[in-house]
Design a protein around this ligand. Structure first.
Ligand SMILES: NC(=O)c1ccc[n+]([C@@H]2O[C@H](COP(=O)([O-])OP(=O)(O)OC[C@H]3O[C@@H](n4cnc5c(N)ncnc54)[C@H](O)[C@@H]3O)[C@@H](O)[C@H]2O)c1
Ligand SMILES: O=c1ccn([C@@H]2O[C@H](COP(=O)(O)OP(=O)(O)O[C@H]3O[C@H](CO)[C@H](O)[C@H](O)[C@H]3O)[C@@H](O)[C@H]2O)c(=O)[nH]1
Length: 324
């Protein structure tokens, strides 16, 4: 297959690119490098461009043949989305609409879309299944929920086949150590824990320790980035015989508190991670854990990195010697 990976120079997208290339597919990456790295997209061919550049997008899609598009591009900082909502709706909603229109013009009708647990807002239950109401509480989550809605409408009107994958907390790095997570600023827990382990002056801030959880800190479902990538491959296969717009929650189905992650990082790195308690971070739900039953049943997908230590260990290999 020839696959266009939008956002393939980013953290999760670059792991997808590697997996597709390893399976023998041809891959073109489209990325504006706003948060991605050209080295991360190698050795796929990289088109540097923006989803807001409609002529460039249309030319790429109509002059080259693609069997499917995998779309990772987004702004994805929850706090920033609250202070700059227009930037989020512009990039995540209008950018995606431009992509959908260009796909329609080029008669490409298969899309895998990066959605998020943030569409669920403050969850009603600890284990979140696809039947849970979609009620985002910040513009980032709203922008992703809007795209899911567009995909349902596009399925009915234009026959677009799509799979929206709602990731919980992406974590870890490719075991080769050649690619991994590199964001500036870094807001995610595991890279910040490992930065603190590497440099004792980077004291980790633990946001809130008065939640109604087993140790007072937030619970999250950490899912390895290569397990997310393999779910995209399964989603592409799924679209070969399923029409319409589909949604799947992707996680390990098990939650860990911030303190449990810090303790697991100590076991992996041998370093007692320096931390201090800080106030709660606005918009953090206490517990987010995925039910992955639907993905297991319908996509025939299951995570391979089921232990938090194995996930952290792969990230540790990357953070000790990052290439970008
Ligand atoms: N990291 C997580 O835990 C997580 C959880 C849930 C959902 N997601 C979603 O998964 C996707 C990938 O996340 P990530 O952590 O790899 O992010 P990332 O920032 O590392 O990757 C996004 C990539 O898209 C590119 N990009 C952004 N806007 C673009 C535009 N308008 N035109 C062209 N390229 C553009 C960036 O340069 C970057 O390479 C995002 O859509 C994010 O919302 C991530
Ligand atoms: O330095 C840090 C970083 C994080 N945390 C805490 O660790 C937990 C996990 O935080 P992350 O920032 O790693 O992840 P989030 O759960 O906030 O966000 C993830 O899940 C969201 C869905 O709710 C979005 O999809 C988002 O893109 C994705 O990164 C939270 O309780 C957070 O408060 C800290 O204590 N200190």
């Amino acid at each position: 297959m020839r696959v266009l990976v939008c956002g393939g120079a980013g953290y999760i997208g670059s792991h997808m690119v590697r997996m597709l290339l390893a399976a023998g597919h041809q891959v073109v990456v489209f990325d504006n490098l706003s948060t991605g790295h050209s080295l991360a997209a190698e050795p796929a061919s990289l088109v540097v461009g923006d989803l807001l550049d409609v002529p460039l997008l249309e030319t790429l899609l109509t002059t080259q043949h693609f069997d499917a598009v995998v779309h990772f591009c987004a702004r994805s900082l929850v706090g920033e989305s609250v202070s700059e909502p227009y930037a989020y709706y512009e990039n995540n909603v209008i950018g995606t609409l431009n992509l959908l229109k260009a796909m329609r013009a080029a008669k490409i009708n298969k899309l895998v879309f990066s959605s998020t647990a943030a569409i669920f807002g403050d969850p009603e239950s600890e284990l979140i299944a696809e039947s849970h109401p979609v009620r985002p509480i910040n513009p980032y989550g709203s922008s992703k929920a809007m795209v899911e809605r567009m995909l349902m409408d596009a399925a009915r009107a234009y026959g677009l086949c799509s799979v929206a994958l709602r990731y919980f907390n992406a974590a870890g790095a490719d075991p080769s150590g050649e690619i991994g997570e590199s964001h500036e600023p870094e807001t995610h827990l595991i890279p910040n824990v490992l930065r603190a382990a590497l440099d004792g002056r980077n004291t980790l801030k633990v946001f809130g320790h008065d939640y109604a959880t087993r140790d007072g800190t937030c619970v999250r479902d950490y899912i390895h980035v290569n397990d997310l990538a393999s779910a995209h491959t399964k989603a592409i296969e799924f679209m070969a015989n399923h029409e319409g717009a589909h949604q799947f929650n992707l996680g390990n189905g098990r939650g860990f508190t911030v303190m449990e992650v810090i303790e697991a990082a100590r076991r992996v790195t041998g370093v007692r991670v320096p931390f201090e308690y800080a106030p709660r971070r606005a918009g953090d739900p206490p517990v987010l854990v995925a039910s992955n039953a639907k993905a297991r049943e319908q996509l025939d997908w299951s995570p391979t990195f089921t232990e938090i230590e194995a996930i952290i260990e792969s990230a540790w290999r990357w953070h000790q010697n990052p290439r970008f």
